[in-house]
Ligand binder design. Structure first.
Ligand code: PA5
Length: 447
């Protein structure tokens, strides 16, 4: 099997000569801090050995549960927000047929998402779709009280209870939550739902390789053994003891911090495969929530190319020079489509007739790389041999480990998210939640 690789050659000239080598010792020391559990947030490091820690029997139970839900339901709604849904969606979108939900010969249920927003129209339309469909729910919340998924789950549970008897409702709900505490654990115990545990020492955004990600991914028909195998191989590749230059996570952490120190305060994750859109959403949460604190942190943004070259391309080429790009470059597509020849050639495309669509995509990628570097945008390239479960597993663990190292290099605790609470308490006060009476008056005056 090949490995995901990183190419930093197009950052030369944007960071001082020799700076990467100078940072090498510090980066490896920060990595060691993760493994020694001697840094900030060290009670949230359970993700660090998740790939090798997952047991065959855990995977078997996840697969059996997925098979049961698949046999029962045409639609499975994954209820969760942030780290409780983005990893699953990233992998499912990356590895599923883009039009599977429209095919009549589908092998797997359609996976839908709820509780990741509070849009009333979205909620109405989802419930309206499901009212005469066979569906099941996987509800994922570590705390069990997050407003968005709690509202969605209340509504979906009510709909299930209207459609099915108590025993059947129980068969159609799986809860993934804390081992012993929280509202969802209490409800699941009372109602007898099947449950999976989100380990105490794994934060939401690092939880894709727990049942949080693995169950929805298995329901979508994706090979979770291969995903875990890829993550496991990456865990070995970037383990302590690997020389810096052979450790892509250490190299990525070093270079993005050096670019940040050179004034490149926004990182744009670029893909040339629309299937990777949600991988970028997952990555944005991983890095944004881990690093954006104490008035520090690279702003993580993302674009889908070539689509966004026709909207954001101008800004990237000539706007403020505070950005760098990290390109997810997939070497080999899974399918082959040739561009046909046309006798009239009105669109003047015959010069590429007979070529693969991917060849055009690759030339767009290389052309953009040179144009953006010429325009003052440094470029990191992450090369993924193919879009398969195995390589996605590698990629996920690579980004997680690099995030932990990078946060430590930046000097923050990458494993907390204190800032997320600010909007919540204001919202609770405005909604009149008991216990927030004092804040309600103060906030109303500010509006
Ligand atoms: O990464 C995180 O910790 C957050 O994104 C949470 O996953 C998100 O807020 C959902 O929380 P919970 O799973 O408790 O509902």
């Amino acid at each position: 099997m090949q490995k995901i690789t990183i190419d930093i050659s197009k950052t030369a000239g944007f960071i001082p000569d020799g700076a990467v080598l100078k940072l090498e010792k510090d980066v490896l020391a920060q990595q060691q801090k993760l493994h020694d559990k001697s840094g900030a947030g060290n009670d949230f490091l359970g993700w660090l050995n998740l790939p090798s820690a997952i047991t065959a029997s855990e995977i078997k139970t996840i697969k059996e549960t997925a098979a049961r839900l698949k046999s029962k339901a045409d639609f499975v709604v994954v209820v969760g927000i942030g780290g409780s849904y983005l990893g699953a969606r990233a992998v499912i979108d990356a590895l599923s047929d883009s039009f599977d939900h429209l095919r009549t010969n589908r092998q797997n249920p359609v996976v839908l998402y709820a509780g990741q927003n509070i849009g009333e129209d979205y909620t109405y339309e989802l419930l309206d779709l499901l009212k005469d469909k066979s569906f099941a729910v996987v509800v994922i919340s570590k705390s069990g009280t997050t407003t968005e998924p709690a509202i969605a789950f209340r509504l979906l549970k009510e709909l299930l209870e209207k459609k099915y008897n108590t025993a059947e409702v129980k068969e159609r709900i799986v809860a993934i939550t804390d081992e012993s505490k929280g509202a969802l654990r209490t409800l699941a115990t009372r109602e007898g739902y099947q449950t999976f545990v989100i380990p105490d020492d794994v934060g939401g955004r690092f939880s894709v390789l727990t049942p949080v990600g693995l169950l929805p991914i298995a329901i979508a028909g994706i090979d979770i053994d291969k995903l875990v195998e890829g993550a496991r191989d990456m865990e070995k590749t970037i383990a302590p003891g690997t020389p810096f230059s052979e450790n892509p996570a250490a190299v990525y952490a070093a270079v993005r911090n050096l670019l940040y120190q050179s004034g490149k305060t926004t990182e744009i994750l670029v893909n040339y495969q629309p299937k990777l859109h949600f991988l970028a959403e997952w990555w944005k949460q991983l890095y944004g929530e881990s690093e954006g604190k104490e008035n520090k942190g690279i702003f993580p943004a993302a674009v889908d190319f070539t689509t966004d070259l026709h909207s954001m391309g101008q800004w990237i080429q000539e706007g403020e020079r505070n950005i760098f790009e990290t390109v997810l470059s997939v070497e080999k597509p899974n399918h082959k489509v040739l561009i046909p020849s046309d006798k009239d050639d009105l669109d003047k495309l015959n010069y590429i007739a007979g070529k693969r669509v991917d060849e055009v995509n690759k030339m767009a990628e290389l052309g953009t790389l040179v144009a953006h570097v010429d325009g003052g945008v440094p470029n990191i390239r992450i090369v993924i041999p193919e879009l398969t479960a195995y390589y996605l597993g590698q990629l996920i663990f690579f980004f997680e480990k690099a995030c932990g190292i990078s946060g430590y290099v930046l000097g923050v605790n990458p494993f907390d998210q204190p800032g997320v609470e600010a909007y919540k308490s204001n919202m609770f006060a405005l909604l009149g939640k008991p216990g927030f009476e004092k804040e309600t008056e103060a906030i109303r005056k500010r509006l």
